[in-house]
Design a protein around this ligand. Structure first.
Ligand code: FAD
Length: 646
């Protein structure tokens, strides 16, 4: 095998969204030589697309807010399946992370008296989202990048080299985590433009690769969200936690087809937008579930009064957690009360003056004007559910962000599981990225510094990773999978079939026979994906890149389908038509997905049985002082019988 360039670092961070950058900054500040690898251009990540804001209980708009209230909301939103210690740390540390961003140069919108302004969002009891119009993620990433540059300038002054202690490898994809025995020893990656392979050796790797949305047909996610980090961790031997929980955001664009799935931020509802069906009815009042009944308005009048006087009125049900709103929209469309293009109507035009809409929701105004020729200051938008976020992810230690079972592996951000339980509240992702990105960087750097000998990335692993990456170029008939003389499979066709399968059979409403069918279809796609072939060469070849991403999407999709089939209840981002109720007994259960072949191989796996083993484990009991933050009557709705007894 040809020589592959190797470089030595202390910490490698895979992903340059909010979690990755915050981890890299922390690791570098703790003295670790840190490399960041990202699949797209530096600065282009989902974080930059975040619109509504960052949730942090600063109490700037309502002094009643505090970390305990934020913790309670997060646990309720996740239907108590959250890794409670993560939810606690997140609620406690988020305000500091927002303040820190300001000290690094971020400029949030202000209240009249000059404090950081905070807006309402679904599931949050008080106005809690610090924001910059509807372009909050852009400011967050801009600020973190500015901090990276500041650190690099500092390094240049000391060493004469900007990249001596913190270097970004942009437009590079990591395809394997390398190991020495059980421990992490680095990553194998390729440059997307040239196709050149390289190895970054490091004793600690932080995975911060974001989500999995590109496995679904209708999604708010962009091209790079193919579940790479989830798959990399699985292949390295770490389990994934509760992968059945996938968030379908209630409001994606539904028309025209070319923009279907693009997000319509929840701020539209937070700022007063209402949902109506084709009969003009504000239908959300019919969909308030029992667990939330006491907290939401019973009439339109009360809901409207809440915007002005939140202390004496209850919030409108348009601000229920996302899973509830998405299911309600789905039900209205199914009942024949949808909009012309299969969604419902979201209206701000009758609720706010045009200039306020343009000021508070500038991106939404332009998005609809340019993509759909709709003026949202004068007419309603058509919206429907879109696959948005994955709550499931790499199983991590709550405090250190260390991935379970693989020393040296850390995970933060959307790719990590546990924090959001069965459903994430809007705004809780940006805060999650900063809180746990920082923790991952901190503990990864400490781990690397504490080792006496560096783990080794041996040639055999590097050769195997290179061979795996080159397989799509192998000529027909040379590969075992192609010995039958059949032509190679087109990666784009495989991707489309996968997206359709997940959308139709493991989507927002799930049924046992459909998920079983999905698993059969995934088995077939897996066999065919081994024959995925591409033409041309390694210089920027998107077909090749997609062929490599298919491995990850198929692994992750199988995790979602298997776990969804196993969990016979409905909770948060997992709705079973055949098991429509939340079952308190399931609150005790985490589902872990592991690679069936513990050596990290894929080829030998039985196609029918699949690549994933599913395992049940008990959730950790919630600490009593945190449970005491809830009324007993509320806990009865969530906790299993034996937990209540305890
Ligand atoms: P990302 O920001 O997704 O970054 C992932 C990084 O990993 C990228 O740099 C990518 O290139 C890289 N990567 C992926 N695979 C590889 C690989 N194999 N090798 C190398 N690099 C790789 N959340 C909120 O809290 N508030 C909001 O208002 C909000 N609005 C949103 C709006 C939209 C349109 C979307 C899509 C999401 C929104 N979210 C919001 C969710 C939130 O933005 C994401 O969950 C969050 O940004 C994820 O951050 P991350 O750091 O985990 O990953």
């Amino acid at each position: 095998m040809a020589q592959v360039e190797r470089q030595q670092w202390d910490v490698v961070v895979v992903g340059a969204g909010g979690a990755g950058l915050r981890a890299a900054i922390e690791a570098r500040e703790r003295g670790a030589r840190t490399a960041v690898v990202c699949k797209s251009l530096f600065g282009k990540a989902h974080t930059v697309m975040a619109e509504g804001g960052i949730a942090a209980a600063m109490g700037n708009v309502n002094a009643g807010d505090g970390w305990r209230v934020h913790f309670r909301d997060t646990m309720r939103g996740g239907k108590f399946l959250n890794q409670w210690r993560m939810a606690e740390l997140h609620a406690q540390e988020a305000p500091d992370r927002v303040w820190e961003l300001e000290t690094w140069g971020a400029l949030f919108d202000r209240t009249k008296d000059g404090r950081i302004s905070q807006r309402n969002f679904g599931g949050h009891e008080y106005p809690r989202l610090a924001h910059v119009g509807d372009r909050t993620g852009l400011e967050l990433i801009r600020t973190l990048q500015q901090k990276v540059v500041a650190l690099q300038q500092e390094d240049h002054r000391e060493t004469g080299d900007h990249e001596s202690r913190l270097k970004v490898f942009q437009e590079c994809t990591v395809t394997r985590i390398l190991k020495d025995g059980g421990r992490v020893s680095g990553v194998f990656a390729y440059e997307r433009e040239t196709g050149r392979f390289f190895v970054l050796e490091a004793p600690a790797v932080v995975v911060a690769t974001g989500g999995i949305g590109k496995s679904f047909k209708v999604t708010s996610n962009s091209w790079e969200y193919t579940g790479d980090g989830h798959a990399l961790a699985l292949l390295a031997g770490a389990p994934l936690l509760n992968m059945e929980f996938v968030q379908f955001h209630p409001t994606g664009m539904v028309w025209p087809p070319s923009v279907k799935g693009i997000l319509v931020t929840e701020s539209v509802r937070g700022d007063g937008g209402v949902l109506r069906n084709s009969e003009g009815k504000r239908f959300m009042f019919d969909y308030i579930p029992d667990v939330f009944k006491e907290k939401y308005a019973e009439s339109e009048d009360e809901g409207d009064r809440w915007y002005e006087d939140p202390d004496r009125n209850r919030r409108p049900p348009e601000l229920l957690p996302r899973d509830e709103v998405a299911r309600a929209i789905n039900a209205e469309v199914k009942a024949g009360r949808g909009s012309p293009h299969g969604g419902v109507f979201l209206d701000v035009s009758t609720r706010m003056p045009a200039e306020v809409i343009r000021r508070r929701l500038p991106s939404m105004y332009h998005q609809f004007k340019e993509l759909a020729d709709v003026d949202i200051t004068a007419e309603a938008m058509e919206v429907g559910p879109t696959c948005h976020y994955v709550m499931g992810g790499i199983a991590v230690d709550s405090d250190t962000a260390a991935a379970r079972g693989v020393p040296g592996l850390y995970a933060a951000g959307e790719v990590a599981g546990g924090m959001h339980g069965s459903n994430r509240l809007g705004g809780n992702s940006l805060s999650d990225l900063l809180v746990f990105g920082r923790r991952a960087g901190l503990y990864a750097a400490a781990y690397a510094a504490g080792l006496t000998a560096r783990p080794v990335a041996d040639d055999a692993q590097v050769d195997a990773a290179a061979a795996e990456a080159l397989r799509p170029f192998s000529a027909e008939g040379q590969e075992p999978g192609r010995a039958d003389g059949r032509p190679p499979e087109n990666p784009y066709t495989l991707h489309q079939e996968l997206q359709q399968t997940m959308n139709d059979l493991v989507g927002i409403i799930r049924r046992q026979p459909e998920m079983e069918k999905a698993l059969e279809k995934l088995a077939d796609l897996r066999v065919r994906a081994r024959r995925a072939g591409v033409e041309g060469h390694r210089q920027f070849n998107p077909g090749w890149h997609l062929a490599l991403d298919l491995r990850n999407m198929l692994l992750v999709s199988e995790c979602v389908a298997r776990a969804a089939l196993e969990r016979t209840e409905s909770r948060g981002g997992h709705t079973r038509e055949d098991h429509p109720a939340m079952d308190r007994a399931w609150r005790r259960v985490n589902l872990l997905c592991r690679l069936a072949d513990p050596t990290g191989g894929l080829a030998a796996t039985d196609p029918v049985r699949g690549q994933i083993d599913l395992e049940r484990e008990n959730t950790e009991p919630v600490r009593p002082d945190l449970l005491a933050l809830f009324e007993k009557e509320e806990l009865v709705k969530y906790l299993a019988e034996e937990e209540l007894y305890e």
